[in-house]
Design a protein around this ligand. Structure first.
Ligand code: GLU
Length: 449
């Protein structure tokens, strides 16, 4: 570990590595939180005595299961399903499902661990969990995706419940998949339990703004960061990596707040459009046609497509990495800095590597970690649960106003906590400490369980 960390924190980290061998993303996520906690343990000896940190680093329950399914040609496939029920101190386990070939236990644990603190920061009554599968939905027909989701839920349903564990989407899991998963849950349990999944369709228990929430929330968070520096999105160049749900709606809100998003990407490359990304076209290409980002450049004359390469080579004032973990490394961070970037706001979960974060810190670039900046998605999921519980549905305007209030609140709390703990402006420390304190207090109150 880097920096000045007391032996107790170093010891906890070494133990986590020892007990969870090869799970590098999980180690990375734990280390980033532990590096912030020395100041907390100094003030709270009870957390050291009761091994509160060690207990939070150990998932309450980890479920791994086989998911067999048949493709359209009749070929049998075997995938692996995961659900890590990490921490229920603040509420039922809550967190998305990711369907992507890179999914393994270490990835799910890193995401679940982050989710604990993110969910705490929202101020809503939700614990932390995450799940998914190494299933690759790319190029699969609707019928294949449906059969996969039904098989996945046939095992997972026994672990879920509106008071137990409430999954939602993540990479590769959107409204279509949530629909199939909900249908199978309902069929098996014979219960119309709206609150068991979030991200549902608007006509059957879903909430306004849930689709837009993560991207909108990241843009609101960025706006709040600028405001404390007396700045705004007005006229700023923004690059947003990815072109999924988070990226699309981050771009939409950036435009509404007066910024200009000039680039976005997918795994094949990136497009630059100096006029500002045309959202109609982007949504048509990515959401309707599920096509490659290159198709955008074929349709929009003011844009160009760069195959492969790094979107971070594009000069910008604000970068919102919204694709996936570790997509922005130290070299990319240096390039961003040299090109005058002033703000980096994580729309995805842990997209910046530890080296990148160090570069931002040294260069005085304001940086917001995902567990704070992308909390808008899960916060709106909690609003969806709230609406389901009261059999109510709110307007778009009301829901968006709640989201904005929550995001500005999270920023204010991270900002204030960083100051209180002697690191003004350090939103990584602010988010980790504020999130940890909420969770630790509840864990402590519940006794040794
Ligand atoms: N997958 C999202 C996240 O990373 C949302 C989870 C949820 O809504 O439960 O926070």
């Amino acid at each position: 570990m880097n920096g000045h960390v007391p032996a107790v924190v170093q010891g906890i980290y070494d133990e986590v590595v020892q007990r969870n061998r090869g799970e590098t993303e999980f180690h990375q996520a734990v280390r980033e939180v532990l590096e912030s906690l020395a100041v907390v343990l100094d003030r709270h000896s009870e957390y050291t005595e009761m091994k509160t940190v060690q207990r939070i680093c150990e998932p309450e329950r980890q479920i791994i299961f086989r998911v067999p399914w048949q493709d359209d040609r009749g070929e049998v496939h075997i995938n692996r399903g995961f659900r890590v029920e990490f921490n229920s101190a603040l509420g039922p386990y809550k967190g998305g499902l990711r369907f992507h070939p890179s999914v393994n236990l270490g990835i799910v644990k890193f995401l679940g661990f982050e989710q604990i603190f993110k969910n705490a920061l929202t101020g809503m009554p939700i614990g932390g969990g995450k799940g998914g599968s190494d299933f690759d939905p790319k190029g699969r027909s609707d019928a294949e995706v449906m059969r996969f989701c039904q098989s996945f839920m046939t095992e997972l349903y026994r672990h879920l419940g509106e008071y137990t564990d409430v999954p939602a989407g993540d990479i590769g899991v959107g409204a279509r998949e949530i629909g199939y998963l909900f249908g199978q849950y309902k069929r098996i349990t014979n219960r119309y339990e709206s609150g068991v999944l979030t991200g549902k369709g608007l006509g059957w228990g879903g909430a306004q703004v849930r689709t837009e929430a993560t991207g909108y929330g990241a843009a609101f968070f960025a706006d709040a960061m600028m405001k404390v520096r007396g700045e705004s999105f007005d006229g700023r160049r923004v690059t947003v990596s990815g072109s999924g749900n988070v990226a699309v709606y981050a771009i939409e809100k950036v435009h509404q707040l007066g910024g200009r998003a000039v680039a976005c990407s997918d795994s094949t490359g990136y497009v630059v459009d100096e006029k500002g990304i045309d959202l109609e076209v982007l949504k048509q290409v990515k959401e309707v046609e599920r096509a490659r980002i290159g198709a955008y450049a074929e349709r929009v004359p003011s844009s160009s497509f760069v195959e492969g390469g790094s979107i971070w080579d594009t000069p910008c004032d604000v970068a919102i990495p919204s694709a996936t973990q570790n997509e922005l490394d130290g070299d990319a961070a240096s390039v961003l800095g040299r090109n005058g970037c002033r703000y980096v706001v994580e729309g995805a979960n842990m997209p910046a590597t530890p080296e990148a974060v160090r570069v931002f810190r040294d260069a005085g670039i304001a940086f917001a970690p995902g567990k704070a900046a992308n909390a808008g998605g899960v916060a709106t999921s909690a609003l969806e649960m709230q609406q389901n519980a009261s059999r109510d549905s709110w307007t778009f305007e009301h829901s968006e106003a709640r989201l904005e209030e929550i995001m500005r609140g999270i920023h204010a709390r991270c900002h204030a906590t960083a100051e209180e703990y002697g690191s003004p402006g350090d939103l990584v420390l602010g988010a980790n400490v504020a999130g940890f304190l909420d969770v630790a207090e509840a864990v402590h109150a519940h006794g040794l369980i």
